[in-house]
Design a binder for this molecule. Structure first.
Ligand code: HEM
Ligand code: HEM
Length: 237
């Protein structure tokens, strides 16, 4: 197989910029265009709005930061590992609350549940993410597997981690599409309204962010000492 591509440009700062932009745009959309955010309200639309915000922050932004922690966090192997699994834990909590909110919204509005492809993808994503976190914790932190089994599990852990990140991006995109289509077919917004363009741009940006995070994961480190440390850590795990 060909070697992984070297980014050749400062990919991590660009990832950070894209993460800030995605977070800002999802907040502008839900607060400025959709009326705001609330966990409890008579205006049920405000409860729904919390869902995209938490899902994007949890499974795209925090998940991406956690995946890159081995490349971005200062310190030795164990502090990077701690940062990696703590940020993933935060991502898991935020995303579980995000799914709870949309189920609560459906219950309070009396809408059917789990009928769409988006909702199926979403359930798969959050369930697999919880399993990945639990399996990662038990293998690499506590009680921790034997050295041989950790070494054989790691490639699968990395593969499923990148796969789940991609699945989260796909799930967000189907969510944006579903919401935009709903707003357009009910004539709440028009096809070329600034809100429709904002939602499309947000979806495109999430997809671009997904590509950048994947590139950052597969790219060899440009910093030689860091590269050596990562190499050693792969052997000691
Ligand atoms: C859903 C949660 C998780 C996801 C999506 C995930 C994903 C990933 C990904 C994509 C990598 C590759 C990073 C790279 O090569 O730069 C990785 C590495 C790793 N993860 Fe996780 N992870 C999760 C949870 C955990 C947990 C709970 C632990 C427990 C400590 C853990 C321990 C590790 C270790 C030891 C590595 C190897 C780092 C190295 O290359 O030395 N992960 N993870
Ligand atoms: C990885 C991120 C996401 C996950 C895991 C996820 C998960 C879910 C789940 C499980 C449901 C079903 C709730 C029910 O049927 O009671 C749902 C509904 C919904 N979500 Fe998401 N979601 C994500 C991101 C988004 C985003 C970014 C949007 C953008 C607006 C969105 C829009 C919607 C809409 C409109 C519904 C209601 C209609 C339906 O059931 O499909 N979601 N989501």
């Amino acid at each position: 197989m060909a070697a992984a591509p070297a980014a050749g440009f400062p990919v991590v700062p660009i990832v950070r910029l894209a993460e800030i932009l995605v977070t800002t745009l999802v907040l502008i959309w839900t607060v400025r265009f959709r009326g705001g955010l609330a966990l409890f309200s008579d205006n049920k639309a405000l409860i729904f709005n919390v869902h995209p915000v938490l899902m994007v922050i949890g499974l795209v932004v925090l998940n991406g930061e956690a995946i890159l922690a081995y490349k971005t966090f200062p310190g030795m192997k164990n502090s990077r590992k701690l940062a990696h699994f703590m940020i993933q834990f935060l991502a898991l909590c935020v995303s579980v609350i995000g799914v709870w909110v949309v189920i609560k919204f459906h219950n309070e509005k009396g809408v059917d549940k789990f009928y769409s492809l988006h909702s199926w993808l979403g359930l798969a994503c959050v369930s697999l993410f919880s399993i990945q976190w639990g399996a990662g914790f038990m293998t690499f932190w506590y009680p921790g597997g034997l050295k041989n089994s950790r070494a054989s599990v790691l490639p699968w852990h990395v593969f499923f981690g990148v796969y789940l990140y991609t699945l989260a991006v796909a799930t967000c995109v189907t969510g944006f599409l579903e919401k935009a289509t709903f707003l357009q077919t009910h004539h709440i917004i028009s096809r070329y309204s600034s809100e429709a363009l904002l939602v499309n741009a947000l979806g495109m940006l999430v997809v671009a962010l997904g590509g950048l995070v994947t590139l950052a994961v597969v790219s060899p480190c440009s910093n030689k000492s860091e590269s050596t440390e990562l190499h050693l850590s792969r052997h000691n795990l």
